[in-house]
Ligand binder design. Structure first.
Ligand code: SIN
Length: 322
């Protein structure tokens, strides 16, 4: 085929200002005024990224994350994370040690302040769901642990045992959530900050331990952690703006009456998971989801019925939200 331009896909097949997805390149020299279409579905040398939805999410193949990877492979995985926001691996076999070693290639391990590991390894959260559990971890749309002044930049969730059906996880792209707001709304959100607190997900008042397998601190010494974050944050690596509010932690708009702030916050939180901003991941034993917690929200679907679901999660330390 001969056309006037070469078309090449650079890194991210999704249109995005960050990675200049689709570029029209000039004619290659010596080709006598003609060029052919070259569609390279991704610009990676060591891995392949196959998108699973229009908004975000890609399955990565060509890599065994249980071994010590070369720096340039890790760089590509990091780039894939920035391009696709959540990346998935299949058929992996991790021990606690290799799970943590892979996590450390992307930063310092974040230790969750609320999960009660019962004397186990504080660097790994066991996300367990048993038949009959009335509640599960992460069943509301949320970004992780945003009550912290520096919420984790990401998380790596590894599946050990999954139900034959049910128990999927949904993810939502918060760049799209922001970019799809009207100019008037964007202007109104400028400078607005929201209080994030863990009062609903831990501590005696939340009262979750009696209703689910995984336990959080409920002792009388527990105190809520609160932080004030901008409603719109700028991603420290891509420099793109995204919405940063979520149902589990965002409580109230600062400097606004409850009457005005509550409906605004409710609108923003619900807007963030419009179906066209989401992808859905079906787990298999050995699957991994690695999400960028700065620009995504996620939700674990509570529909595993009579089945067990056993996962383990590490988190990577992040920066102050600006
Ligand atoms: C979480 O919110 O980290 C858990 C997600 C899941 O279990 O699918």
């Amino acid at each position: 085929m001969h056309f006037g331009h070469t078309i090449s896909m650079v890194s991210n097949p999704r249109p995005s200002p960050a990675s200049a997805a689709l570029k029209l390149l000039p004619l290659p020299c010596g080709f006598d005024g003609k060029a052919c279409i070259i569609v390279a579905m991704n610009g990676y040398r060591h891995i392949t990224a196959s998108p699973i939805a229009g908004a975000l999410g890609a399955e990565i193949s060509g890599v065994d994350v249980s071994v010590r990877l070369d720096d340039d492979v890790v760089d590509e995985i990091r780039r894939a994370l920035l391009d696709h926001l959540v990346i998935f691996f299949r058929g992996q076999t991790l021990t606690d040690a290799s799970h943590k070693a892979f996590t450390r290639r992307f930063g310092k391990i974040f230790i969750h302040p609320n999960f009660n590991t019962g004397g186990g390894d504080p660097e790994i959260v066991r996300v367990v769901r048993a038949p009959g559990d009335e509640r599960i971890v992460g069943e509301e749309w949320h970004s992780d642990t945003t009550m912290m002044p520096e919420p984790p930049m990401g998380a790596i969730l590894y599946a050990l045992e999954v139900p034959p059906y049910g128990g999927d996880t949904l993810f939502a792209n918060q760049y799209l959530a922001y970019e799809s707001l009207s100019d008037g709304m964007k202007a109104m959100l400028e400078g607005l900050r929201v209080v994030h607190s863990d009062i609903r997900v831990a501590g005696p008042a939340a009262g979750l331990n009696a209703r689910r397998s995984i336990k959080v601190r409920e002792d009388s010494n527990w105190r809520p952690t609160e932080s004030l974050h901008p409603v719109v944050r700028t991603h420290p690596e891509t420099c793109r703006k995204c919405l940063f509010v979520n149902h589990s932690y965002s409580c109230r708009c600062a400097n606004m009456t409850e009457r005005a702030g509550k409906p605004l916050l409710a609108f923003l939180m619900d807007h963030g998971h419009r179906p066209e901003f989401t992808c859905r991941f079906r787990w298999e034993p050995g699957s991994i989801a690695f999400w960028d917690n700065r620009c995504t929200k996620h939700l674990a679907i509570h529909d595993a019925g009579p089945f067990h679901r056993r996962m383990q999660r590490t988190q990577i330390a992040g920066d102050a939200v600006v």
